[in-house]
Ligand binder design. Structure first.
Ligand code: NAP
Length: 287
């Protein structure tokens, strides 16, 4: 039976590290990190997400301000607000909840965030750094995949890693991070031929397609290590892209859904605010 890669346990370890970081600063008379998250309008998913970010940040001692803005806010007003936050030395991380309501230029607004406070790695500047292999706040879901592999001491160098999915928020950045770690990376998508054979030959398989239980035992081998990013609703339950029950006896290791990749993402976002605070204090981020 395959071993479970426990995202909840790793997430708890990182939460403890964040708490220690904040306490250690407080003991030295230094302030805690501060995140400001902007929500424009009332998108249900974004409200849920921002509330869970707030709850977790607060429980770890990280200051979290929610700015709830009218969906009819003018674009230049929103941009001015972000520019004010960019200048505020007591703000370390700025998050703009996506999607924005129609009529607002999402790319322009996101790219107003100072790269040194872009803890979600959404600005072109930070994404460019990511693709150049430079140090940058890592985007949370791709970073969750890498963090789980590293914390389980799974070697990446020279490994044959297959990423299924090529979205800008998951597939492409996770492939780039794996490449930065010297893995040999193949990216697959909906037009890929022989997907089963390509997946079956992978040492590590990362799946982010948004199709519940799509990957079954025909796509794996007995040494497969599987990172399942998918979160679809299936019979009312959050379900991954991998048919867990079908593959569990045929592989080496796997992340469950829930409790795998997704269990880390918000924790890593908050950890990025700690890194932002340190970088900005040391003024070395944009050098
Ligand atoms: P997306 O933007 O819809 O992209 C899906 C990708 O999968 C596309 O590149 C698509 O190929 C590819 N694809 C779709 N069907 C395929 C198939 N049958 N065979 C091969 N490739 C296929 O989705 P996303 O935003 O990357 O999200 C993917 C999944 O991860 C979703 O379930 C999402 O909810 C989940 N997710 C989870 C977290 C988390 O924290 N756990 C965070 C973000 C996303 P084409 O490019 O050819 O269309």
């Amino acid at each position: 039976m395959g071993k479970i890669i426990d995202g909840k346990m790793i997430s708890q370890d990182i939460k403890d590290e964040i708490k220690n970081f904040v306490e250690n600063r407080k003991n030295r008379g230094l302030r805690a990190p501060k995140i400001v998250s902007l929500l424009v309008g009332n998108d249900g998913g974004s409200i849920y997400y921002i509330n869970s970010q707030e709850k977790l940040a607060t429980s770890l001692g990280v200051s979290f301000n929610k700015l709830l803005l009218d969906e009819k806010i003018k674009e230049d007003k929103l941009i001015n607000l972000i520019e004010d936050l960019n200048r505020d030395k007591n703000v370390d991380g700025i998050i703009v909840q996506l999607p924005l309501p129609n009529g607002l230029n999402e790319k322009k607004i996101i790219n107003t965030i100072s790269p040194s406070k872009d803890i979600d790695c959404l600005t072109f500047n930070n994404q460019g750094k990511l693709y150049c292999g430079d140090k940058v706040f890592l985007p949370c879901t791709p970073n969750s995949v890498i963090t789980l592999l590293e914390r389980y001491n799974i070697e990446l160098e020279g490994k044959n890693v297959v990423v299924v999915g090529r979205s800008n928020i998951v597939g492409k950045p996770v492939a780039q991070l794996l490449l930065n770690k010297n893995a040999t990376v193949t990216i697959c998508h909906s037009k890929t031929k022989n997907l089963k054979d390509i997946c079956k030959n992978a040492d590590i398989l990362v799946v982010a397609i948004g199709k519940a239980k799509y990957i079954n035992k025909e796509y794996v081998n007995k040494d497969s290590i599987i990172l399942d990013v998918g979160t679809s609703s299936y019979n009312g339950k959050i379900t991954g892209d991998v048919d867990f029950d079908n593959v569990i006896n045929e592989i080496k290791m796997i992340t469950p859904v829930p409790g795998g990749v997704g269990a880390l993402t918000t924790t890593l976002l908050i950890r990025n605010s700690c890194e932002a605070l340190e970088y900005n204090e040391n003024e070395n981020f944009n050098s």
